[in-house]
Design a protein around this ligand. Structure first.
Ligand SMILES: *Cc1c(COP(=O)(O)O)cnc(C)c1O
Length: 450
C-alpha cells in the first residue's frame, strides 16, 4: 500500500487522465441517481479481503458510480444551488489531497493556512468588515451558521449570564433551514420575525417585533440572523437597517450570505449588502457562487477572539498549539482539510476581476430570463425574486405535472430543474451559478414548457 512502484505509477496516470478528461468535458453528461439495489447489482462486491486493485476500483467508479452521480456543474443544472468550480480550483483540490495538510493549526499548516487567510481577508474587505475581522473555512453554510451562533451565545452568556427563560435567536421566515437546525442543536428557540410584502426582513420590522416581545423573551434574545440572498427566492434582507437595531439592542448580528453573499463583489449589486460591514459574523459558501469545489464555507467574525473563547478546545496534548491563532479555534471542529486552499489558488490564478465578471453572469442570466418569461403567455413570473434566482409558474399545471416534467428532463439528460413551493403553491425555480450557462440553454428548457 505504501510503495510507489510501477503499479502505482500506472494508477496515477490513469487517475490523472480520468480527472483531466472530466475537467475537459463541455458539458459533462448530466447523469442521474440509481437505486441502491441497482448499483449493488451492477458494481458487484467492491470491498473484498484481497482488494480489487486500483485500476479495477477506478473502472467501477468511472463505469458504475460516476454515471449515477449528477454533474451539478452541467450548464443546465439549475436546481437547488448549482456549483461550477473553476479549472484552477479543481486542480488545486487534487494538490490539496496529495499534500497531507493538517489545516487545524498554524504550527502544522502555516503555509496553507496563510493562503486561506488571504482569501478570507479579501472577502472581509469586499463586504467592508474591519481589519480585526478574521475567520476560517468550514464545511458549509450549515456548519458556519452553527459555529457563528454558538460564538454569539457564548459572548452573551459571558456578558449577561444565563437568562431565566431560555435563549432565543431571531430570523425572518425566509431564513435557511440550517438556522432552525442550529437552534435545535443549541437547544434555543428560533423566533420568526415577519417580513414585509417584499419578503425582506427590515430594521423597522425587527424593531416592531422587539417592541412586542415580553421582557423575559427579550432578555433571552442574543442574536439576529439576516439573510443576504434567501435560498428559495434570492431576497436580501435590509441588512443596514437590521444592523442599526442590533447595535441599539446589544444583539449579535449574523449575516447568512451562504448563497447570495458572492454578489457583494459585483459593483452593481454591492449596495444590497450595505450593513454587512457592521455584522458580528458573516458566511458565504465559495462552493456555491464563488466557483470552489465542495465543501467550502467562509466564516468571518468581526472579533475573532469571541469565537476563540467559544470554540477553542483544551487538552494537555494541544497546549503546544496555544500560542498561535489556529483555524481550529474558530468553529466547531478540530481536524480540518485546507478546504480554502483550492479557492485561494483560483482567486490567485484568475484575479478578482474574473470573479466579479463570472458572478455577474448569473445576475445577467436571471435578468434576461425574467424578461423572456414575461413574454411567454403560458408562463407567469412570481415576484419578488432576486439575485440569480427566477421563480415562475406554468399556467394550468398541477403539482404532479411539474414533477413529471422535471423527471422527464433529467431522464433525457437535458436539464435538471426541480419544483419549489412559494406560499404553499408549486412553482419552478431557476438558480443561475454556472457562467457556462447561456440564454440558449434557458430557451431550450422554457421550450419544453410550451
Ligand atoms: C445553502 C445555504 C445554507 C447551507 O449551506 P450548506 O453549505 O448547504 O450547509 C445556509 N444558508 C443559505 C442562505 C443557503 O443558501
Amino acid at each position: 500500500m505504501h510503495t510507489y512502484n510501477t503499479a502505482t505509477d500506472e494508477l496515477a496516470r490513469a487517475v490523472i487522465d480520468y480527472a483531466l478528461s472530466r475537467i475537459r468535458m463541455d458539458p459533462p453528461p448530466l447523469d442521474r441517481a440509481r437505486s441502491a439495489e441497482e448499483l449493488a447489482r451492477i458494481a458487484g462486491p467492491t470491498i473484498t479481503e484481497d482488494g480489487l486493485g486500483g485500476m479495477e476500483a477506478l473502472r467501477v467508479f468511472g463505469d458504475v458510480l460516476a454515471p449515477a452521480t449528477i454533474s451539478i456543474d452541467h450548464p443546465r443544472f439549475l436546481a437547488f444551488i448549482p456549483a461550477a468550480p473553476t479549472e484552477a480550483a479543481i486542480l488545486a483540490d487534487l494538490i490539496t489531497g496529495a499534500s497531507s495538510i493538517f489545516a487545524g493549526s498554524w504550527l502544522e499548516g502555516a503555509g496553507a493556512v496563510h493562503a486561506e487567510n488571504e482569501a478570507l481577508r479579501v472577502l472581509a474587505d469586499e463586504i467592508g468588515m474591519p481589519e480585526s475581522a478574521h475567520g476560517v473555512f468550514v464545511s458549509g453554510g450549515t456548519a458556519g451558521n452553527l459555529s457563528a451562533l454558538v460564538a454569539a451565545r457564548t459572548t452573551a452568556k459571558n456578558r449577561r449570564g444565563r437568562p431565566a427563560s431560555g435563549w432565543r435567536i431571531a430570523a425572518s421566515e425566509e431564513a435557511h433551514s440550517s438556522v432552525q437546525s442550529a437552534a435545535n442543536v443549541m437547544d434555543v428557540d428560533l423566533v420568526d420575525i415577519p417580513s414585509g410584502a417584499d419578503r425582506r426582513l427590515t430594521g423597522d420590522g425587527l424593531r416592531a417585533a422587539l417592541d412586542q416581545m415580553s421582557r423575559a423573551d427579550r432578555e433571552g434574545l442574543f442574536a439576529v440572523v439576516a439573510t443576504a440572498g434567501s435560498t428559495n427566492l434570492g431576497i436580501v434582507d435590509d441588512i443596514d437597517g437590521i444592523a442599526t437595531v442590533c447595535a441599539e439592542n446589544d444583539l449579535w448580528l449574523h449575516v447568512d450570505g451562504a448563497y447570495g453573499g458572492a454578489a457583494a463583489i459585483v459593483p452593481e449589486a454591492r449596495h444590497l449588502f450595505n450593513g454587512c460591514d457592521r455584522a458580528d459574523s458573516f458566511i458565504v459558501d465559495p462552493h456555491k457562487w464563488l466557483f470552489a469545489p465542495f465543501d467550502c464555507c467562509a466564516l468571518l467574525y468581526r472579533n475573532p477572539e469571541l469565537a476563540a473563547a467559544a470554540h477553542t478546545q483544551h487538552a494537555g496534548y494541544l497546549d503546544v498549539l496555544a500560542d498561535e491563532r489556529n483555524p481550529s479555534d474558530l468553529a466547531h471542529h478540530l481536524s480540518r482539510r485546507a478546504r480554502g486552499l483550492p479557492f485561494w489558488f483560483s482567486l490567485a490564478a484568475y484575479g478578482m476581476g474574473a470573479y466579479r465578471d463570472a458572478v455577474a453572469v448569473g445576475l445577467d442570466l436571471a435578468a434576461q430570463t425574467r424578461a423572456m418569461i414575461a413574454e411567454k403567455p403560458e408562463l407567469e413570473l412570481i415576484e419578488p425574486s432576486g439575485l440569480s434566482i427566477v421563480v415562475f409558474r406554468r399556467k394550468g399545471w398541477s403539482a404532479a405535472a411539474y414533477d413529471e416534467w422535471s423527471e422527464r428532463l433529467l431522464r433525457r439528460g437535458l436539464a435538471f430543474v426541480t419544483p419549489t413551493k412559494v406560499d404553499g403553491e408549486t412553482a419552478l425555480r431557476f438558480c443561475f451559478i454556472n457562467p457556462r450557462t447561456t440564454m440558449d440553454d434557458v430557451e431550450l428548457i422554457l421550450g419544453t414548457l410550451e
